[in-house]
Design a protein around this ligand. Sequence first.
Ligand SMILES: Cc1cc2nc3c(=O)[nH]c(=O)nc-3n(C[C@H](O)[C@H](O)[C@H](O)COP(=O)(O)OP(=O)(O)OC[C@H]3O[C@@H](n4cnc5c(N)ncnc54)[C@H](O)[C@@H]3O)c2cc1C
Length: 478
Amino acid sequence: MIRDGASYLNALQDGRVVYYRGKRVSDVVKHPVLGVTARHTAQLYDFHRQEFSPPLVVRERESGEEISAFYQPPLQEDELRGRGELIYQTTRQSRAVFNIVKVVGSDALFALLIATRQMDEKLGTSYHERVKRYLQHVAHGDIATVTAQTDVKGDRSLRPHQQADPDLYVRIKERRQDGIVVSGAKVHITQAPVAEEILVIPCRAMTEQDTDYAVAFAVPAHAPGLKMICRPLLEVEGAQHPLEGPRVLHNALIEALLVFDDVFIPWERVFLCGETFYAGVVANTFALWHRYSAIRYRSAQADMILGLALELAEANGVVSKGHIRRNLTALILFAEMQRMGAEMAALRATVDAGTGIVCPNPIYTNLGKLYSNAHYLEAVQALVDCAGGLAVTAPGGEDYTNPETREYVRKYLAGNTRVESEKRFKLFLLARELVGLLGGLETVTMIHAEGSIEASVIELLRSYDFRPMRECVDQLVD
Ligand SMILES: Cc1cc2nc3c(=O)[nH]c(=O)nc-3n(C[C@H](O)[C@H](O)[C@H](O)COP(=O)(O)OP(=O)(O)OC[C@H]3O[C@@H](n4cnc5c(N)ncnc54)[C@H](O)[C@@H]3O)c2cc1C
């Protein structure tokens, strides 16, 4: 089944427990701020009516039923590349804001398919069929899934079982005949308050003393005991005029602290329960898939930043100046290194022996992600240098609509006469949205989301094959 935005929005009125600025939200869709984030995801569902290449709606291999392409595990390199292309295109069409729902859920489901196949073979467990059934359930229902991996983690130098409070990593509190009871919290979980289902997976490798923390499961967003405490969406609250929120008033993401206050999970939805070794396998495999998704959505954002810098430089009449050309070169590098990472990750994909799933190459995925993490602030510097101070000091949208001030804004914000003064003004408002309203959020997102810089460094060094380089030197010295 393929759904539209209205069907998805209707499903969110389910009694879920969501708090925004200290108040319980009775209806996330009608909420003045959270409604924006729900409609952002609704657009992803409405994209089903549009033509995409590759298609966004595909036939499930086994049943022939129409499903979202995001729920079809890639079995060919071009399917993996196509998945990346769809992430890029849906981000572009969502005003360069990642339309993360289903993408991040399927990133986790592919990781679980791969890890549970290995685990079942080694330990004789029977998780893999459960994950397959659950994937069919969300694919056939076209359900909005997100993933909660990051635990609150307490003291980062301590393992889960060593923490002062046992709930600082999500844990199995009770094992019952019909399922498990979990407690703890996950943090920063994007779009959980407007999702239908949440995949919960471990965020790190575990030792044998961490048995109760090696847990993965799926939970409905309205499950009894699950509470979601949202961050304030300062960017939406701050966009006081439609001209000042060209992106965020239509497309925005919410993050929340998810508290599991003794939540019951039936066995059918439990995908890891105490098998400590496989906690690390799930965590790392998800990170690989999610970083591949990251460099595709980040490419779309990088394209927008490059286009904005170019048009601002033109509007300012400085596009041919030497330092502006260097800025544009830095922005081309920023965009193309990520695109190249994604293309190479699909071209040099690896095939998981147990499932046949074609996985992104870890070297090129982490290279692209690392470049993105480490160079975002340089990209912003290049944009701001092209723009000048009006990137923050331009008058407000109201000044453009008020007849008393409008002509002054038009007259004195004129730049290169080949560019309309109104267009130049709107370019500055788009820049202010990025570096002002979204400035702090984007800085932290670009450094930490989908894993910190160090996480990519560790993965890159772990996966990199140094042998040819060593041989090259040894031939010279041996
Ligand atoms: C906007 C945004 C959206 C996000 N969305 C999601 C989501 O949907 N789902 C999800 O699961 N997560 C999500 N995340 C979480 C993201 O993956 C984490 O922020 C990231 O993994 C870093 O973890 P942290 O925030 O706990 O920071 P920390 O891990 O506390 O990092 C702070 C510093 O401590 C270092 N550090 C931490 N532990 C160690 C250690 N043991 N040894 C040495 N150094 C260490 C880090 O490298 C870093 O330098 C999101 C984050 C952001 C910012």
